[in-house]
Design a protein around this ligand. Structure first.
Ligand SMILES: [Zn+2]
Length: 280
């Protein structure tokens, strides 16, 4: 199986790691004034990519077009299509009629209004998330964002303000970029919508979510967000953008912060989400 360079090797659950990091994101790149040490690396990679024949960014097999997945990798993406729960975006095994909500959405409604994801967090859907985040393949945002625009078309139709889930500044400094902000900026560009990468902030570094149950995760991220200029949120529709959604504890906490500032609608758009046990 394909392995990522730079992926967590400590044996931690990748899903948990993803949520944790997804939970700790701000500006697309380290704050103004700091250097972007990966720039040279990215430029070099771009040059090499230009010189070599086009290949799949995941498995490196040759492809007809640069920047596209090969057929084999593409076939492992499990896209989430309707029918799904109109609130949570979790797929239904069969069509229950338009506007149907899942039992989970009724019993335990989320703080946000609607969530949508391109694919399940498995196969190439998971590999793309990991490669963007851990392996510094920032160019993948250009491949992933159009898929998110398609999956989130209903949410984008309301012309919301796009806000990436921020990283805590120390994590941003270490990683040098916020993958969710890269995705949000690209989605905003494609949709001609406003995007603010500095409005929602991470105020507290939270321990990794590994080993925490749903309640533990919720407690872990409670009060971890703040707004730079809360008055900008009053009455506005917001779309939170993240790379991956597992239990939803992170976006729940972020949503509550936005609601307190008077945001009208808060939707969530991610590239991949966990479906099944522990997901909601
Ligand atoms: Zn491939």
């Amino acid at each position: 199986m394909w392995r990522m360079v730079g992926a967590p090797t400590t044996g931690e659950d990748a899903t948990d790691g993803a949520e944790d990091d997804g939970a700790e994101q701000a500006a697309a790149f380290a704050t103004p004034g700091t250097t972007r040490p990966s720039l040279a690396r990215r430029l070099a990679r771009g040059l090499v990519d230009r010189l070599l024949p086009p290949c799949c960014p995941l498995c490196r097999s040759l492809t007809a077009d640069g920047g596209a997945l090969c057929a084999a990798c593409w076939s492992t993406i499990r896209f989430i299509e309707r029918p799904y729960c109109e609130r949570l975006g979790t797929p239904f095994p069969f069509d229950l009629g338009e506007g149907t909500l899942s039992a989970g959405a009724i019993a335990d409604p989320p703080a946000y209004d609607r969530a949508r994801a391109v694919a399940r967090f498995e196969g190439a859907g998971r590999d793309l998330v990991h490669m963007l985040k851990y392996d510094d393949h920032v160019e993948l945002a250009r491949l992933m964002a159009p898929m998110m625009v398609r999956a989130g078309r209903d949410l984008l139709a309301g012309r919301p303000l796009l806000l990436p889930v921020p990283l805590h500044p120390t994590r941003l400094w270490r990683r040098r970029f916020n993958q969710s902000a890269l995705l949000a900026r690209e989605i905003a560009r494609l949709s001609a919508l406003p995007c603010d990468t500095g409005l929602l902030r991470r105020t507290r570094r939270t321990p990794r979510q590994v080993g925490l149950d749903r309640k533990g995760r919720a407690d872990n991220v409670r009060g971890a967000f703040a707004l730079a200029k809360p008055e900008r949120l009053r009455g506005r529709d917001v779309l939170l953008v993240d790379d991956v959604l597992t239990t939803g504890a992170t976006v729940e906490a972020a949503t509550r912060t936005l609601r307190r500032a008077g945001a009208a609608r808060v939707d969530v758009l991610v590239f991949a989400r966990v479906v099944g046990d522990g997901a909601s």
